[in-house]
Ligand binder design. Structure first.
Ligand SMILES: [Zn+2]
Length: 206
């Protein structure tokens, strides 16, 4: 559910976190889910099927996105897209002038150009079953265009525990990767993107 306060804008709270006035509903749960899935799918996986043309670095026209949403959902209004983007805690999207793109999670063949990662280490969680395979073969993007790493052990654990009961967090030597010419990028405040990572840059976290 996404709400809005006339003065303070969109939030996920029933009452406005700034003035505590009763908010009005902008998107109900069903609409938020439907629109969110379509937007993330269109920007990460199926721009063409959604009727969008995507630049090689993942951008699409913001107006074109709104147009296809309005064709698809009769209830759709411009403010719904603003609402969706403003309450997005995971910072999935990036808007720049008349364009929008997903920051991460792509399966479409794009090339992202984010700033270099600046911390020496990054982290990646695996299941017990995956551990030996990864330590032996390294990591490579499978369904996605990039390997997604986390900046902290805690975050890597949190991401991984969704899929497996007892995550094992691996440490990636990001500094050495970059030293040796691999691209390691900061997509947002939490997510780090790279291509394939050979096994000699990966170890179990102490
Ligand atoms: Zn308010």
């Amino acid at each position: 559910m996404i709400y809005s306060c006339e003065v303070h804008g969109f939030s996920k709270e029933d009452n406005c976190p700034a003035c505590n006035e009763k908010n009005k509903i902008v998107l109900d749960d069903e609409q938020e889910k439907t629109l969110g899935q379509f937007v993330s799918g269109a920007l990460r996986h199926f721009p063409e099927n959604a009727g969008l043309s995507m630049y090689s670095d993942g951008w699409v026209s913001y107006n074109a996105l709104m147009y296809v949403c309005s064709k698809r959902y009769r209830w759709f209004k411009k403010e719904h897209m603003n609402a969706l983007l403003q309450v997005d805690k995971n910072r999935r999207y990036e808007k720049n002038g008349g364009k929008i793109r997903a920051r991460y999670g792509h399966s479409v063949d794009i090339v992202l150009n984010y700033p270099d990662y600046t911390l020496p280490k990054a982290y990646y969680g695996v299941s017990e079953e995956e551990l030996d395979v990864v330590l032996e073969n390294g990591l490579k993007p499978i369904k996605q265009k990039y390997v997604h790493l986390s900046m902290t052990v805690e975050k890597a654990y949190e991401v991984c525990v969704i899929h497996t009961e007892k995550p094992i967090v691996l440490t990636i030597d990001a500094a050495k990767l970059m030293e040796n010419g691999y691209k390691v990028m900061q997509a947002n405040e939490e997510i780090v993107l790279t291509g394939k990572i050979p096994p000699n840059y990966i170890k179990k976290t102490d």
